[in-house]
Design a protein around this ligand. Structure first.
Ligand code: CA
Ligand code: CA
Length: 549
């Protein structure tokens, strides 16, 4: 036996004993039946980040105490959501290091450090949002656009596939999605004039199974929405940088698509620019397009529509179909769609919006472009953005992290496409002179955010009306995702470093604690030996809480 195997044997036995064999596709399909685990980025295929665990509840949430902390070696933004499988946590550290830990004690089992190509150039931080798991294999998408399969026992790579070329601005920051025996990813690069795509790979070999280009090529339906001839479509962005959802009954996988490029000069790409700022429903076996719905045609503002598609089944007496998709969009509108057909059911603004006065019967925005020099709402950051929303089947409410009253002045500028270079077409500015500017990854020693630039909120929206049920206000804007539990708790955080527990029915603050650093990913919950835990990332750490014993 080699020395490395001798070292790994005790760990291997531990894993085999604890990991009731493999994470089958069947188990992921039924993830809500094993709420002690967190098997996918969004917790389950419906993307609702809702857990059936209820040990931590409004009556005892004040007894939460810190159990352990994982300090990342990376100083990048901590946007990752961990996976938890039978007592073991699998976590990415920015940019592309994977760590396996004992989820009860925080002890590290192994660490796999992948060094991405120095050519990788993700627009907005060398970040990673997490892993997918199937069988005994983890899957990581890297910032140099590689997909890597990793053995859960040894932490060693099994195969690596080049998804795209990082030299031309392609990157990957999302957690992959397992569908059957494929692993599905999408490519980032919308600020570099890439042509976006979603692609699936065989889990055993890394061989490509299908690819869907998010911009139709010549001769394909939708290509005509890139008007004026030329090759605007060929570097029109429409990237994909958050994980999709999956409906096994319809066999459709849903993905949100990013902005068209150049971001802020729509005159260089006349037309609706399909499928930028859309949701696409793809056949999970072939990647063929079943339907699409576009939120923001010919986007002027970088309103990426990459948000997590949240699949919800609600009473059919209220809607034409009970199979719905809820979507809090970066463009400031909340949408209800029929996820079988893509039909628009309703849409309402959930924050201050002035780029459109509303939506028509088909859901197309009634645009009200602001005069040159005037402020457009929402700002580039959007009414919300990439941080995961949550839906509770108990309260039947949709919870979204929102930026209220944040506006920008947009000034389009002509830009030439150069491979691998930024392809932006302008630089939005705040109307308020002396404003602290776009929220950066890290703030200075003093939080200089002012309410003039907008405020953060968690908003609970009733999908039956599109109206707001309650709102929990923060001073600074928020970049935290949201978790709901069966005990009617909303867990979330903010850029001020607070980790909150709110009442899901009322929005009342139940508990909060300061973690000292910006919270920039979604909390999760899991259980081991009958004890529930809840996590938050803050600054460079992952903090794990449980009830006082
Ligand atoms: Ca436009
Ligand atoms: Ca973008």
């Amino acid at each position: 036996m080699s020395s490395i195997k001798a070292l790994l044997l005790p760990l291997l036995l531990f894993v085999v004993q604890n990991a009731q064999a493999q994470v089958s596709f069947e188990r992921i399909l039924n993830a809500t039946d094993e709420p002690h685990n967190w098997l996918t980025y969004s917790g389950n295929y419906s993307g609702n980040r809702h857990s059936e665990l209820d040990q931590i509840e409004p009556g005892n949430v004040n007894d939460l105490q810190l159990k352990w902390v994982f300090q990342a070696q990376s100083l990048e933004k901590f946007e990752a959501t961990p996976l938890v499988v039978d007592g073991i946590m699998y976590l990415t550290e920015a940019p592309n290091t994977v760590t396996a830990l004992d989820a009860k004690l925080g002890r590290v089992f192994w660490r796999y450090e992948y060094t991405p190509s120095y050519q990788s150039r993700p627009c907005c931080g060398r970040v990673n949002r997490g892993l997918a798991i199937l069988g005994e294999t983890l899957f990581m998408a890297t910032i140099d656009a590689q997909l890597i399969a990793i053995d859960i026992v040894t932490g060693q790579p099994i195969w690596k596939t080049a998804v795209a070329d990082p030299n031309t601005g392609y990157a990957m920051t999302l957690a992959p999605l397992i569908v059957k025996d494929t692993v599905v990813v999408g490519v980032a690069g919308g600020e570099y004039g890439v042509r976006g795509f979603i692609s699936a790979y065989e889990v055993d070999t890394g061989e490509e199974a299908w690819r869907f280009y998010t911009i139709p090529g010549p001769g394909e339906p939708g290509h005509e929405t890139w008007e004026g001839g030329g090759d605007a479509w060929a570097h029109g962005g429409a990237s994909v940088w958050l994980t999709g959802s999956y409906d096994p009954e319809l066999n459709l996988t849903y993905w949100g698509i990013g902005n068209p490029g150049p971001d802020w000069n729509p005159a260089q790409r006349p037309g609706d620019n399909l499928y930028s700022d859309s949701v696409v429903a793809l056949n999970a076996d072939t990647g063929e397009l079943e339907w699409y719905f576009q939120f923001t045609p010919n986007d002027d503002y970088d309103y990426d529509s990459v948000q997590i598609p949240v699949l919800v089944d609600l009473d059919t007496r209220v809607f034409s179909s009970g199979k719905l998709m809820l979507w809090g969009n970066r463009n400031g509108f909340f949408y209800v769609l029929d996820r079988t057909t893509g039909e628009f059911i309703r849409g309402n603004p959930f924050v201050r919006v002035n780029w459109a006065s509303g939506l028509d019967e088909s859901g197309r925005p009634i645009e009200t472009p602001q005069p040159a020099g005037a402020t457009t709402y929402p700002c580039v950051g959007g009414g919300t953005n990439w941080y995961s929303p949550s839906y509770s089947p108990d309260t039947e409410l949709f919870y979204v992290s929102a930026w209220e009253g944040c506006g920008h002045v947009f000034r389009p500028v002509e830009v030439e496409y150069l491979p691998g270079q930024r392809f932006l077409g302008g630089r939005p500015t705040y109307a308020n002179p002396g404003a602290p500017g776009l929220p950066s990854l890290f703030r200075g020693p003093i939080n200089n955010w002012t309410e003039t630039e907008g405020t953060g909120a968690v908003i609970a929206i009733d999908p039956r009306t599109g109206g707001e049920r309650w709102r929990f206000n923060m001073t600074d804007v928020t970049t935290s995702g949201i978790l709901t539990t069966a005990s009617n708790i909303v867990f979330t955080g903010g850029r001020e470093g607070y980790f909150y527990a709110l009442h899901a029915e009322t929005g009342d603050l139940l508990w909060r604690t300061s973690l000292g650093g910006m919270i920039a990913s979604g909390p999760i919950t899991y259980a081991i030996d009958g004890k529930q835990y809840v996590t938050a990332t803050s600054g460079n750490g992952l903090f794990v809480f449980g009830l006082r014993e």
